[in-house]
Design a protein around this ligand. Structure first.
Ligand code: NDP
Length: 475
């Protein structure tokens, strides 16, 4: 029997997506540059379903039913182009290449145009859920021509996670839209994780709690409005005891965060589009600062400061941290969704933001109960200026605000850095001020560069001859 789909690239994600498809009854042709991975997959999991292992690209392509859907799951960047070039001579018009890696959306747009010119179809698809999600049901974000997606939709909607009977997979938009949305998903994941790390730091450093006790607090929080995969696994990571030393494992893990680039891309895109994406960008910078461990160790010796005494972890103190975490999280999502909205307009993608909240409810790393609220806010294509203006979120941040503000003040006084909590609050404060201090910026810009300014009391643009006769002229 010819295969329903081919999967090229059998590292963690490719192997598990292939097993996922085979487990759902599809016949899957599998291949990898290094054949050992193919052999290993068949030896260990060949019995789980119908696999057709191939040792060469021609054999791999020939094993798939036309029009052939071929899912590429290799390292993002040049390897994707290399695999496409290897496949090309063996493909027929109408075959569909799907790139399921974390490709940069501009690369996806380029590949889309390139393959279209060759009579082929292309789907750039973001996949979230990590190793386990890929196997049991990820969140899938396919972009490209709808007709190309429709060929694979029956398979992908079955492979994806299901929530309340709905698959966590839907067509996102044309060309690079799927990968863009996955990129912002990852950016939001950066912000979520940074906020969690700051909450942990506050419980540890302000209140002197040990990791397992903090794990219990996170487990408790997971029963309420913070209910999410990341809060759930935070509790598990904090409670894990190292077998060799008997100490909490997290206390032995080096405090240097690594990154693969999707958070950075999200922030760069926000700067390009002029979206104030402070929470995600602070999360990227926090990882970068953490990675400079040598410099931090040197600074701790040089820039000494006396730590204020630890204060008791009263229920009120713990609740303030929970409330600050939730409010900051809402700000991070409001910013991320605003970026999606602006990108959608800029690139003409017509993203349905409610659908994104829907397919992020299951399978992916940021899955959370509160995505239901975002889905409700966007309803059937409702125009939302900011999630912070929607009744549920507005009430949530207004209720959290006094505790959040007091907490950030205490953290600053104690010298515990909370870049994501603090910048989310600064954004919130900046947003809700009809008049900010940028009037002075405009005055300065006009002074040194004659950049002109507008006036509140009359229309038009003006320039003052600041250093000459001081007179104002209409620009
Ligand atoms: P890796 O990103 O570690 O990539 C390894 C795979 O790429 C191997 O199959 C390797 O082949 C292949 N490869 C690398 N260079 C080439 C090349 N020039 N030609 C052919 N094949 C090449 O694998 P993952 O499974 O972790 O991820 C796959 C994609 O999915 C990536 O884009 C990743 O960012 C994305 N992703 C990963 C997630 C995760 O949790 N790991 C989650 C979501 C997305 P070989 O065995 O021969 O070296």
């Amino acid at each position: 029997k010819l295969a329903d789909i081919g999967v090229y690239g059998l590292a963690t994600m490719g192997a598990n997506l292939a097993r996922n498809a085979a487990g759902k009854g599809f016949t899957v042709a599998v291949a990898n540059r290094n054949h050992e991975r193919t052999d290993e997959l068949i030896a260990e999991h060949g019995g789980e379903g119908s696999f057709v292992p191939a040792r060469s690209i021609p054999d791999f392509v020939a094993a798939i039913a036309r029009p052939r859907p071929i899912l590429i799951m290799v390292k993002a960047g040049a390897p994707v182009d290399a695999v496409i070039e290897e496949l090309l001579p063996h493909l027929d018009a109408g075959d569909i290449i799907i790139d399921g890696g974390n490709s940069l959306f501009t690369d996806t747009a380029r590949r889309n145009a390139y393959l279209k010119g060759k009579g082929l179809r292309f789907v750039g698809m973001g996949v979230s859920g990590g190793e386990e999600g890929a196997l049991i049901g990820p969140s899938m974000m396919p972009g490209g021509e709808v007709e190309a997606y429709e060929r694979v939709a029956p398979m992908f909607t079955r492979m994806a996670a299901q929530v309340d009977g709905e698959p966590c997979c839907t067509h996102i938009g044309p060309d690079g839209a799927g990968h863009y949305v996955k990129m912002v998903h990852n950016g939001i994941e950066y912000a979520d994780m940074q906020l969690i790390a700051e909450a942990y730091d506050l419980l540890k450093t302000l209140h002197g709690l040990e990791a397992p006790a903090i794990g219990e607090i996170f487990a408790e929080w997971n029963k309420g409005e913070l209910d999410s995969y990341l809060i759930e696994i935070t509790a598990e990571v904090l409670k894990k005891i190292d077998a060799a030393t008997g100490r909490p494992l997290v206390d032995l893990i080096t405090d240097e965060a690594e990154q693969k680039g999707t958070g950075l891309w999200t922030s760069k895109s926000a700067l390009d589009l002029g979206v104030p994406l402070t929470a995600i960008t602070e999360a990227v910078f926090a990882r970068v600062l953490s990675s400079r461990r040598g410099q931090r160790i040197e600074a701790e010796g040089l820039l000494t400061h006396a730590r204020p005494p630890v204060t008791p972890a009263t229920p009120e103190a713990i609740e303030a941290i929970r409330a600050g975490l939730y409010a900051s999280k809402i700000v991070a999502y409001a910013q991320g969704f605003q970026q999606l909205q602006v990108a959608s307009e800029e690139y003409g993608w017509k993203l349905k933001l409610g659908d994104l909240a829907t397919i992020w409810r299951g399978g992916c790393i940021i899955r959370a109960r509160f995505l239901n609220r975002i889905r409700e806010a966007y309803g059937d294509g409702a125009e939302v200026s900011s999630l912070l203006f929607e009744p549920y979120f507005r009430e949530a941040v207004l209720a959290a605000e006094p505790k959040w503000r007091k907490l950030v003040g205490e953290a600053i006084a104690a010298g515990v850095p909370t870049p994501a909590f603090s910048s989310a609050l600064a954004y919130y404060d900046g947003l809700r001020r009809a008049r900010g201090p940028a009037n002075l910026l405009q005055g300065l810009r006009d002074y040194f560069g004659a950049h002109t300014y507008g006036r509140l009391d009359r229309p038009g643009k003006y320039h003052t001859r600041w250093a000459q006769d001081g007179s104002e002229v209409k620009a």
